[in-house]
Ligand binder design. Structure first.
Ligand code: AMP
Ligand code: MG
Length: 189
């Protein structure tokens, strides 16, 4: 399959969560897929979307609403996980693109949920862990959180932290900066 390198898909998911363990018979599920398109030539995010996903094996707890602002009524209006993965493939050509996320959490959740629901995994093998790349580029002793990385770069956190679309947009800005910092200009490759 030909890989298209002109855009990177930045993904940030939110999932049902609880202060401690999930209640009996419930499990953490994806409730929001934040998508941000990073234009590689511009090294800037150019588009974003929040895809709300209806949970099937869990409910939104008070704790989860406090963290993400998402309510049960909102996610009830969302699409199924299967439909969301299909949208990533069709609208964003996710199989043919490099994708990126902060840390390993989002990738693990996608792998786990696709496996448990029998849904086709919507991404290819080219994944950038921006959290790890950020720490390496800046020779940090350990990986840091997204809000901390924005502060170190003097980039304002736009929107609401812990909302998928806004988190993906902010990660897109960080990745754009990382791309620019190491870019060779005016040189044939
Ligand atoms: P984030 O992208 O940082 O907003 O986190 C993604 C998901 O991780 C959230 O939707 C929660 O399911 C889970 N999560 C993040 N922070 C916490 C926390 N402090 N306690 C429990 N779950 C969390
Ligand atoms: Mg998030």
């Amino acid at each position: 399959m030909t890989i298209k390198l002109n855009k990177i898909i930045v993904i940030d998911i939110e999932a049902t969560c609880w202060e401690k363990n999930p209640p009996p018979e419930q499990e953490s599920e994806i409730i929001e897929i934040g998508v941000c398109i990073l234009d590689v030539a511009l090294a800037k995010p150019v588009e974003k979307e929040s895809i709300l996903v209806r949970p099937e094996r869990s409910k939104i707890s008070e704790f989860c609403t406090q963290l993400t602002t998402l309510t049960q009524a909102e996610v009830d209006k969302g699409i199924t996980f299967d439909e969301a993965c299909l949208k990533l493939r069709k609208k964003y050509e996710s199989l043919q693109r490099v994708w990126a996320s902060w840390g390993g959490y989002d990738k693990n959740m996608f792998e786990k949920q696709c496996l448990s629901r029998g849904v086709k995994y919507p991404f290819g093998i080219r994944h950038i862990n921006v959290k790890n790349l950020f720490a390496l580029v800046h020779a940090l002793p350990k990986e840091v959180g997204m809000a901390n990385a924005l502060e170190l770069l003097d980039i304002p956190l736009e929107g609401t932290h812990h909302r998928g679309g806004d988190d993906a947009w902010n990660i897109g800005k960080i990745l754009g900066k990382l791309l620019l910092q190491s870019r060779i200009i005016n040189k044939e490759v």
